[in-house]
Design a protein around this ligand. Structure first.
Ligand code: PPS
Length: 699
């Protein structure tokens, strides 16, 4: 529910009053050190009028006035814009521009009898020059930022998640223009239902500050909060206007096409995002800090300035979350040539699909490919976007973001930003749904789509050609390597031909992803207490140590509870925490090339999935269900715990008085009844071998 708005005690300000307020806020923001006389002069008003205006503006909480000691009598007071003042200033910019534009149009008509032919910025149609003009940001001036930062230190603060940091960066730097902050409930509903903000502007993606219920319950309407990065640095303030519990199932259906956890963004929505959404305008204090590839990161205005400087009037943007190979190079080059434009490789380095090649490796690959384009035609800039993999809606969103970055054309491929298969094994979206939705909204997005041609290699002519333009298909040999096939070849250390990729790119990929038999991995046993997890895990550990080559670590349930999680009990919350800790350690071991063997009960499927995602960033995750029935475990009762659980002396006992989600798709399920431990461990080794994780010489 939106928070009620305060009663309106004063009449709405006139246009002239609003203009003056906007000018004053801008002046205080950009020149807080100016004397009163200079400020009055800049605004074209008398000192008396300025004083009245300053007082009323301070009373509204839009600026702060404080006494200042010093010899200069002309500067007895210091002025500073407040977070609220800065947010209002950002809002007034649009109104101010609209009014000035109307005035200009009227004057033009009076003088010439015709309209000017210009179109106001917000609708952003056709006029190419618009892509070069600066766009509004949400940052206050440097001086104001220093002051706001000090004030913000006293505010209630929210520590942003990695995804929220990405969203905030693009909100503040204008990448998400026209958004002025995190969506209000009204805007959110419009976006979810029909891709539109409350004022009718096209916007396909909910951008909300999701928080937990406890934090949300402490907030009041109109309260300012500080937004901090993970080190505690204050990046922005936000004025809370809305605070509500969203219907996440509805959001999943409408925005992502299905309420299915197999979709990474739906999984995030249900299992990671907070239960409550906060909305309200944001005032930018500073950009999130990036230590990597600084020279390659540009705000929308920096890119626009670069295009102006280089005289690039038309720019084709290429969005990617994958390394570039020859087909991409060919296709992007052709797209730029067709549009007679320059090319911007604009890869996402914020958050992409779990399991993607990490951005450090990708950027090194992109840099190698940049040399393959004709000199000075192509540039590369990194975009700190958190992708949602929302296919058609995502394509429209990407288009708006690229238009904000000053690009005039945008390449949309087959299955753009596709999330993979749903839980029934089918694609979430049709392969050309993204292109269709984009085409429908192209004018409003303000960027022209170049639809991706599927490029294939024609061996006889030794060149790439668009598949649909090859007339002599029956007489030539067409070669293609799919993404899955490439991953297989990399994983198994097999040859990757030169016609497919550039040697520099392959070298980089091999450097980060050695063949699977040399990578780290995690074996994750799950099953009831007493099912035999620890026994099989121990046998497996010894066999792997005997083989040598990689360090092996056993994270057994009991060992972990003694060393890592000694303060935890068996509530859902504590079990989840325990498993996430195990997942964290396993992912670090995997990242560093070791083998982690985990053997907790891990009763919850969502938590196991979260651990899988943590580990799969670095190596394979092999889930093994030790499928001993609860009856058999109880019959064995090796620790005597089942008896105590039956007597009610141990509460929340898995399988007796607490749930266990049977794994739906484990890599392997082992039966232990009437089977030797040695045989069970052997089954696991066979599985590891079939996955290429160990070589075949052990048997
Ligand atoms: S969990 O759910 O994954 O966090 O549990 P885990 O850390 O693997 O549990 C380790 C051992 O704790 C003993 N134990 C219990 N198990 C389940 N439920 C309750 N309430 C409980 N209380 C104690 C049990 O012996 C587990 O041992 P294993 O190694 O699985 O036999």
């Amino acid at each position: 529910m939106p928070l009620p708005h305060p009663p309106q005690s004063t009449p709405a300000p006139s246009a002239a009053e609003e203009d003056m307020l906007f000018r004053l806020l801008r002046q205080v923001d950009t020149a807080p050190e100016a004397t009163q006389r200079a400020t009055a002069q800049a605004l074209g008003i008398s000192l008396g009028r300025l004083n009245t205006l300053l007082r009323s503006t301070a009373e509204k909480g839009l600026i702060n006035i404080s006494a200042r000691d010093g010899p200069d009598k002309r500067q007895r007071y210091a002025y500073a814009i407040t977070a609220r003042g800065a947010a209002l200033k950002n809002k007034l910019i649009d109104q101010f521009l609209k009014r000035k534009f109307a005035e200009y149009e009227a004057l033009h008509a009076e003088l010439t009898g015709t309209t000017s032919g210009l179109v106001p910025f917000k609708s952003r149609t056709q006029i190419m020059q618009n892509n070069l003009a600066p766009i509004p940001e949400l940052y206050v001036s440097y001086d104001s930022a220093q002051k706001l930062k000090v004030e913000a230190a006293d505010l209630v603060s929210w520590d942003l998640t990695p995804r929220q940091i990405c969203d905030l960066e693009l909100l503040m730097n204008g990448g998400f223009n026209p958004l002025k902050g995190f969506l209000s409930e009204e805007d959110y509903n419009g976006v979810v239902e029909n891709m539109r903000l409350a004022d009718g502007s096209l916007w396909p993606m909910p951008i909300n500050l999701d928080v937990d219920e406890e934090f949300a319950s402490k907030l009041e309407e109109g309260q300012d909060i500080a937004l901090r990065d993970q080190e505690g640095v204050i990046l922005a303030t936000m004025t809370i206007t809305d605070n509500w519990v969203p219907n996440k199932a509805r959001e999943a259906e409408k925005v992502f096409g299905a309420d299915d956890d197999a979709h990474p963004a739906v999984n995030y929505l249900h299992n990671q995002a907070g239960k409550v959404y906060l909305g309200g305008p944001v005032t930018g204090i500073q950009q999130p800090v990036h230590y990597d590839f600084r020279a390659r990161r540009d705000t929308p205005n920096e890119l626009r300035a670069y295009f102006r400087k280089m005289g690039w009037r038309k720019v084709v943007a290429f969005q990617t979350r994958n390394p570039l190979h020859r087909a991409h190079q060919e296709l992007t080059f052709r797209a730029a040539r067709e549009a007679q434009a320059n090319l911007l490789i604009h890869p996402v380095v914020g958050m992409t699909k779990p399991g993607d090649v990490d951005h450090f490796t990708r950027v090194r690959c992109y840099e190698a490919v940049l040399d393959k384009y004709p000199q000075a035609t192509t540039s590369m800039s990194l975009l700190n976007l958190a992708m949602r993999m929302a296919g058609p809606r995502e394509a429209v969103w990407h288009g708006l973001i690229r238009a904000n970055h000053g690009c005039t054309h945008f390449i949309v491929g087959r299955d753009h930003a596709g999330p993979g298969k749903n839980s029934a094994g089918e694609d979430f979206y049709g392969p050309y749904d993204a292109q269709d939705l984009f085409r429908e909204h192209q004018d409003e997005i303000g960027i022209e789509m170049i639809d991706f041609k599927h490029m294939v290699y024609v061996q006889e002519r030794a060149q790439y050609e668009p598949n649909d333009e090859i007339k002599d298909k029956d007489d030539v040999t067409i070669l293609n390597i799919s993404g899955t096939e490439l991953r297989r070849r990399l994983a198994e250390g097999l040859e990757i031909p030169e016609w497919f990729s550039f040697p520099e790119v392959v070298r980089e990929l091999r450097r980060t992803k050695p063949p699977r038999s040399k990578q780290g991995f995690t074996v994750f046993f799950t099953g009831f207490s007493g099912s035999g997890k620890s026994t099989i895990a121990n046998a497996l550990m010894v066999k792997l140590m005997e083989m040598g080559g990689r360090p092996v670590t056993l994270l057994d349930g009991d060992i972990v509870r003694k060393n890592l999680s000694s303060e935890l009990g068996f509530s859902k919350e504590h079990r989840d925490l325990n498993i996430r800790r195990i997942g964290y350690v396993a992912s670090e071991i995997t990242k560093n090339g070791g083998i982690a063997i985990c053997a907790p009960i891990a009763p919850y499927a969502t938590t196991r999935r979260a651990v899988r995602e943590d580990v799969e960033q670095f190596g394979a995750f092999v889930e093994i269900h030790v499928a001993t029935s609860i009856e058999e475990c109880e019959r064995r009762d090796r620790k005597g715990l089942y008896k105590l659980a039956r007597e009610g002396k141990i509460k929340e006992f898995t399988g007796i008085s607490d749930p266990y989600d049977v794994p739906a798709n484990p890599e392997l399920s082992v039966e232990t009844e009437n089977v030797e431990v040695d045989n069970c461990a052997h089954q696991v080794l066979l599985k590891l071998e079939s996955m290429g994780l160990i070589s075949g010489s052990w048997a």
